[in-house]
Design a protein around this ligand. Structure first.
Ligand SMILES: C[S@@+](CC[C@H](N)C(=O)[O-])C[C@H]1O[C@@H](n2cnc3c(N)ncnc32)[C@H](O)[C@@H]1O
Length: 242
């Protein structure tokens, strides 16, 4: 499942420019939760480098983007930016790549194929962070992992009962037609909490995505209500390396 992005890399990267939720919701959400960015930053599951480049522009001294997909890393490297480096690696097995001041992950933890893999990811992230530094992650919402509406051109359905390890299929639509699907796993809130705490993270919080200024221009008041309600299928995790 983790190599699924080699074939989806181009289609997924296209969402960054085509989808209004990127500029209206995701970028403002990253800025709100990250706050002031400085020092050396790790961007995990960096894909083709959308947030990696943003993190540098927001004030990071350096950013290292890590992704398991060689094709995603190839696309990221094609857009060279001074102070930004990339590495093709599995976060669950990556070594100590530095002593970072901040880690961001734009949809990573729910790709862990089992609880053991989730614990390994959390441990490797912690091993790369200075004590007191923050880890901010976009993720499946462990409290509300599904949504059936196609309103935001994406749907999330479970391929079994909601419990640790069940596969969630996320289907993206374009011009009203199915564009592509990919799968990740669901974990219960207490399972994420246990893996993060065991790795040494403290002050765990889950929060909603938020709207940027002018997010409703052109789409109408209330358009994003479900997305930012806290009960949408994706949420934001923040915690601190103890
Ligand atoms: C939904 S994409 C998000 C990419 C990017 N963060 C963004 O928001 O544009 C998820 C990414 O996670 C990567 N990924 C999945 N499992 C991984 C792992 N174990 N280690 C590193 N990257 C992983 C995939 O290759 C893919 O690029």
């Amino acid at each position: 499942m983790n190599s699924q992005y080699d074939s989806l890399a181009g289609a997924y990267t296209r969402l960054n420019t085509e989808r209004p939720d990127r500029a209206c919701i995701m970028v403002p959400t990253a800025q709100k939760y990250l706050g002031a960015v400085s020092g050396d930053v790790l961007d995990l599951a960096c894909g083709s480098g959308f947030y990696t480049r943003q993190l540098k522009a927001w004030g990071a001294r350096s950013v290292l983007g890590v992704d398991i997909s060689a094709e995603m890393i190839r696309l990221a490297e094609a857009e060279g930016v001074l102070g930004v480096r990339y590495l093709a690696a599995d976060v669950a097995t990556m070594g100590v790549l530095g002593s970072f001041d901040l880690a961001f992950a734009g949809f990573l933890l729910h790709y862990a194929p089992n609880v053991e893999g989730l614990r390994a990811m959390c441990a490797r992230i912690a091993a790369n962070l200075k004590s007191g530094s923050r880890f901010v992650a976009f993720n499946e919402n462990p409290y509300f992992p599904l949504h059936t509406t196609e309103k935001y051109s994406v749907q999330a359905r479970a391929l079994g009962p909601i419990e640790d390890g069940v596969v969630i299929e996320r289907t993206h639509f374009r011009d009203g037609k199915k564009d592509f699907s990919f799968c990740h796993f669901h974990y219960e809130p207490h399972t994420y909490a246990a893996a993060l705490r065991e790795a040494g993270f403290i002050d765990l919080k889950w929060g909603p995505f938020v709207m940027g200024e002018d997010a409703e221009a052109g789409v109408g008041n209330g358009f994003w209500d479900e997305y930012v309600s806290g009960e949408f299928s994706i949420a934001v995790l923040e915690c601190v390396r103890g």
